[in-house]
Every structure is written in structure tokens, then in C-alpha cells.
Design a protein around this ligand. Structure first.
Ligand SMILES: Cc1ncc(COP(=O)(O)O)c(C=O)c1O
Length: 363
């Protein structure tokens, strides 16, 4: 009998979480492949950020601080927020784990829209809590239905604004009215991972909102607009009591030294980064207009990706794109999410999308 035939049983709460199965490397299609499936920034780090990373690597034999206090201080200054409001983690997904540990218990309910960020059901289930998923309406949060789904068992509401994977935003006034409907003892996580791409006057501002609402945590990241996904740095703002609870659950030294330096340095070159964000949003709008012109359905996007609600045709479309080297993310039966890439990838998408949309679904 194999030595591994029996082993200690993990918590049953984990039964509902799919195991991580590494994907076999995708075979190169025709030539270059383009990663358009994780909403990454298409630009490599700025040369000055690379230099900062390289300088910081000299200290790799030293542990980082328990919490990245210099980064927290810089964020507090930038947003004019007291230091004890700042939370950090190894990516904003790291902060989600802190939220699960600090606030969720078996039997609690967590309300969020679906489809939305795929970490939500995982974090909820990991805590033994129950996901309550509310379908989007017109690819957008149905805020009335979300508010109606809140019950005395609801411990948290997760609101992704703008929403991943659809790219849509409901805007500041609607979010504020929604927050007014949520009881004070329910935690609201406002996920602003794509806030820098929103670019509209009515975009929600979680930093401002958290000042008046002690039940609100706003989460942001260096992974998207700042282009530092590999370094895993997320941050957020919450009332001192909520932030303290999250810090208690943070992995000590969870933000590495080099990651902290990269993030810190990025805050000093925001103008250059903003120019890149502008380039991405221009490309996004060009791409969307052209795809719509080709007769494809594309949701309005306030992010660095586009959502094509192709329903039953989603998988066939994504598979066909893959044969051309365009690696996108299909949500079978719903749609396909395509990250805005560099010019070359975007032009390739435009040249193959109409034919890909005509490929019949084999099932
Ligand atoms: C809505 C949303 N929140 C959070 C994240 C995670 O960001 P991080 O890299 O900071 O963990 C993502 C990444 O795709 C996301 O789409």
C-alpha cells in the first residue's frame, strides 16, 4: 500500500475549493503568444523602477520588516490618510485572505456579484462561509438585488468597481446609495484594483468613502496600473479597528523588501506611469470601437480589459483566438475577457476576431 494512501484530513470547508492544477505549458501557436488572460500591464517596468529593484536586491540577505512601514507611510502621505488606516499584503489577494481570517466564520454569508473576481468564492469558502452570488444585470452590478441579498447572516459584501471580468462600473452616486442600504455591522470590501483606468468624473473613490464609513475597506494594487504584478503588493484603507484586525492576520514579512522598494519607487514616478495608463486606455477605446464596428458585442470598459458577452460561443471564440497566439480568458456560457495588450497583440485581435466569432461551438 502506498505510504500516502491515508493522511490527515484538512478542514471540510476546503472541499468546495477546486484544487490548483498547474496547466501544461501552452504550445506556441503561430509564432508569438500574447498573455491577454490576467489583466496584466503590457509594459515592462520603467527603466528607473528596474534600477530601484536592482539596487534593492543587494539587501536580499535581510528580512523585510514585519509590515512594510515605509510603504505604508508613503501611501498614508499620498492619500492624506492616517497611518493606522493603511493595510498591506502580498497582492490584494493577500489582503482578502486577511479579511477571511479576521472577519469570516463558518455559517456567515458573503454577498457578491457573479461573474466577478474569481478569488471571492475561494476566500469565502476557505473561511467556511457561504457564498451568496447575485447575477449581474446587463454585465453590470445589480445593486438592488445585491442589497436585497443581505440578510442578518451576511457578514461581508464584496463589490468590485469596476467589475472584473466585465469591466463595467456603476459610478460613485450608485455606490454611495448602495452603501447607505448596507447595515453598519456588515463589512463592505470595495475592490478598486482597476481604479486608475476608470478615468471618469463619476468614478468611485474608495479612499474618500472609507473616511466616513467605518464598515468599508477599499483595496488597491500595484499589480495593474503600476505594472508590478510579479512583486505582489496590494494595499487598502480601512477604519483603524478594521485595519488593526487585518494586520493581526497578515503573514509577517509578507511584502518582500524588493517588492516594497519597487512600490515605493513607483510612487515617485507616477507621471510616467500615468502616461502608460493613458496609452492603455486609449488602446482599450480604440479596440472596443473597432470590435463593435466589426459587429461584436463588447461591454463598456473602465479597466484595462474588454468583456465580450458571447454566451454559448465564448469557449469556441477563445480557443480560436488561441490558435493565433492570443491567450484570453473564457467564462464558458458567459463571455470572454481580453486584456488590452500592446499594439501588436491588439491589432492581431482585430484581424482575427470576426472570423473567430463565427467559429461554431462544437457542443
Ligand atoms: C478585481 C481584482 N482584485 C484583485 C486582484 C488581485 O490583485 P493582486 O495582484 O493585487 O493580488 C485582481 C487581479 O486580477 C482583480 O482582478
Amino acid at each position: 500500500m502506498s505510504r500516502f494512501a491515508s493522511s490527515p484530513a484538512p478542514r471540510t470547508a476546503l472541499d468546495g475549493i477546486p484544487a490548483y492544477v498547474p496547466k501544461p505549458p501552452r504550445p506556441p501557436a503561430r509564432g508569438t503568444s500574447y498573455r491577454l488572460f490576467l489583466n496584466e500591464n503590457p509594459f515592462p517596468p520603467l527603466p528607473s523602477v528596474r534600477e530601484a529593484i536592482s539596487r534593492a536586491s543587494d539587501g536580499s540577505n535581510h528580512y523585510p520588516e514585519i509590515f512594510p512601514t515605509r510603504l505604508a507611510g508613503a501611501l498614508a502621505d499620498k492619500y492624506d490618510v492616517p497611518l493606522d488606516h493603511v493595510v498591506t499584503g502580498p497582492g490584494s489577494v493577500g489582503i482578502y485572505q486577511q479579511i477571511g481570517q479576521a472577519f469570516l466564520a463558518p455559517g456567515d454569508e458573503v454577498v457578491y456579484a457573479w461573474p466577478s473576481f474569481e478569488a471571492y468564492p475561494i476566500v469565502t469558502r476557505m473561511a467556511g462561509a457561504r457564498p451568496v452570488e447575485v447575477r449581474l444585470r446587463d454585465h453590470t452590478h445589480d445593486l438592488d438585488a445585491l442589497a436585497a441579498a443581505v440578510t442578518p447572516r451576511t457578514r461581508a459584501v464584496l463589490l468590485c468597481e469596476p467589475n472584473n471580468p466585465t469591466g463595467t462600473a456603476v459610478g460613485r452616486a450608485a455606490v454611495e446609495a448602495f452603501l447607505d442600504d448596507i447595515p453598519d455591522d456588515v463589512l463592505v470590501v470595495l475592490d478598486e484594483a482597476y481604479v486608475e483606468f476608470s478615468g471618469t468624473a463619476d468614478a468611485v473613490d474608495g479612499v474618500a468613502l472609507h473616511r466616513e464609513r467605518p464598515n468599508l475597506i477599499t483595496l488597491r494594487t500595484f499589480s495593474k496600473a503600476y505594472g508590478l504584478a510579479a512583486w505582489r503588493v496590494g494595499y487598502g484603507f480601512a477604519s483603524p479597528a478594521v485595519a488593526e484586525a487585518l494586520r493581526k492576520c497578515a503573514v509577517p514579512c509578507g511584502v518582500g523588501r524588493i517588492a516594497e522598494e519597487a512600490a515605493l519607487f513607483s510612487l515617485t514616478v507616477e507621471d510616467e506611469l500615468r502616461a502608460r495608463v493613458e496609452e492603455i486606455t486609449k488602446e482599450r477605446d480604440r479596440l472596443r470601437d473597432a470590435l463593435v464596428g466589426q459587429g461584436l458585442p463588447v461591454a463598456q470598459s473602465r479597466t484595462n480589459f474588454l468583456w465580450l458577452p458571447l454566451g454559448a460561443g465564448a469557449d469556441a471564440f477563445a480557443r480560436e483566438l488561441e490558435t493565433h497566439g492570443l491567450l484570453t480568458r473564457s467564462f464558458p456560457g458567459d463571455g470572454v475577457r481580453v486584456t488590452v495588450g500592446g499594439r501588436e497583440a491588439n491589432d492581431l485581435l482585430l484581424s482575427v476576431a470576426p472570423a473567430a466569432a463565427r467559429v461554431p461551438d462544437p457542443s
